[in-house]
Each structure stands twice: as C-alpha cells, then as structure tokens.
Design a protein around this ligand. Structure first.
Ligand code: COA
Length: 219
C-alpha cells in the first residue's frame, strides 16, 4: 500500500454525508478516496481528503475527519470518532467509544478495547468504556490500550506496550504494563531536562517546562 498506488483508488463522488444503502450509490463529503474493496456503511461520515484503503469497514455511525489515512484492514465502529489528519496503520479496529483527536498516529496492529471484563455469555454493550487519545499522540505498533483511560496530547506509546492507566501529555511509555520512561516532544524527540526543569527539543528548538510532574510547551 502506498500513496503512489493512486490508480487503485477510486475517488468517491462529491457530495455531503453518505446517505445511500449500497456501495455503488454512496455520496460522500467532498473528495475522500475510498478503495473499491472498502465497505462504507450508509450514514458514515468521512471528511474531505481522507483516504481509505483496501478491505476497511466503516460502520454507519462512525465519524472520520478530513485528511486522514486509514490503512489496510481497518475497522471503524459505530460511535468511534476519528479527528482530522489522523493516520491509522494496517490491521487496527477502532471500537465503539474510542475517540482519536486530530493528528493522532496509530501504529500497525495496535489494539483498542472497550469492555474491561468480557464474557461471551454476558451482554455488556451498555458497559463500554471509552478511550480518549488526545491531539498529536502516537500509539506504537502492536500496543494494546485497555479501556477507560485517556492518553495525553503528544504522548508516545512504545511498540508492544500495554497501557492500563492514564498517560500524561508528552509522556513516553513503554512495556507491559506500560511505565513512563520519560517525556517526548511534539516532534517525537526524548526531552532532557536541565537543572531548571527546562528542555529544548532537538527537532524544532521548542522549549518545554517540567513542573509538578507535568510538561508544558512554553515557546
Ligand atoms: C519507545 C521508542 C520511541 C523508544 O525509542 P528511543 O527513545 O530511541 O529508545 P532506545 O532505542 O534508545 O531504547 C531505550 C531503552 O528502551 C528500550 N525500549 C525501546 N523501545 C521499547 C519498547 N517499545 N518497549 C520496551 N522497551 C523499549 C530499549 O531496549 C532500551 O533499553 P535498555 O536501555 O535496557 O537497552 C521506540 O523504541 C518505539 O517503540 N517506537 C515506536 C515504533 C513504532 O511502533 N512505529 C510504528 C510505525 S512503523
């Protein structure tokens, strides 16, 4: 899969929100690109400039913003919300109750959950717990996010981590269970704090302040 394989992509018809009941007659918000093998259920909202690749399934009450890239074999459930500029790599299910804010990156085969104590013989659809992934955060490949938590702005979850608790903004998490190993900048560089608890990002020279175990970008 890649942006270069545009001949395999069909531009959806220009229009507003999809309202039709079968794949061939959908109308979408202006100019999302939907691969012909993707199934987009009637009622799903998909923003302008979003690309949805092979074998995806978007449910009727799913909302996906503009300029997203939804990789191969991604499922977006009813009442899942994907912001603008979100990248979801292959083989991810964004379940009911998951909110991905603008600019979130979800690595390949990352896992979201929405029931804390599932049993096949007990219906728990009224007990879904939410997951909020805030603006600009990254979830590494094959990480698992246990439900009922939020991941702060620009936090980074390492590959294979199992996140069981809230993550602070700019937090760098690794392991199972995930533990905070440090802080990370908006550009994705580990922050080294000086004696004044200030750090400069080597990527864009932005300055960060550590105070009361929270990090803020100050310039
Ligand atoms: C978490 C991450 C950002 C750390 O990168 P880093 O700061 O450069 O870390 P380093 O490679 O210097 O490793 C530092 C230590 O953490 C360990 N470590 C690194 N990544 C780890 C991870 N995901 N889980 C557990 N431990 C990890 C290293 O083994 C090393 O341990 P050591 O000090 O005992 O040798 C990176 O390893 C990672 O997981 N990135 C996500 C990649 C990904 O999923 N991309 C998806 C798109 S392809």
């Amino acid at each position: 899969m890649g942006i270069c394989s545009l001949p395999n992509i069909v531009p959806a018809a220009a229009g507003l929100i999809c309202t039709a009941t079968n794949h061939s007659t959908f109308t979408f918000m202006l100019n999302p690109l939907i691969h012909p093998t993707a199934v987009i259920d009637a009622g799903a909202q998909i923003g302008e400039g979003t690309r949805i690749w092979h074998f995806c399934h978007v449910m009727p009450k799913a909302v996906i913003g503009s300029d997203c890239n939804i990789g191969q074999n991604v499922f977006v459930d009813n009442n899942a919300s994907v912001g603008n500029g979100v990248k979801i790599q292959n083989n991810v299910s964004v379940y009911n109750g998951v909110v991905l804010e603008d600019g979130v990156f979800v690595g390949p085969s990352a896992v979201f959950t929405n029931v804390i104590n599932p049993r096949s013989f007990i219906e728990r659809k009224t007990e879904y717990k939410k997951i909020l992934v805030k603006k600009g955060a990254t979830i590494g490949a094959n990480a698992t996010i246990v439900c009922g938590i939020s991941i702060g702005e620009y936090a980074l979850i390492g590959a294979g981590a199992v996140v069981t608790k809230d993550v602070p903004a700019y937090g760098l998490m690794m392991g199972n269970p995930a533990r905070q190993k440090g802080w990370i900048s908006e550009q994705g560089y580990t922050l080294q704090f000086d004696e004044n608890d200030k750090a400069v990002c080597p990527g864009d020279a932005a300055t960060y302040q550590l105070k009361d175990n929270m990090v803020h970008k100050i310039s």
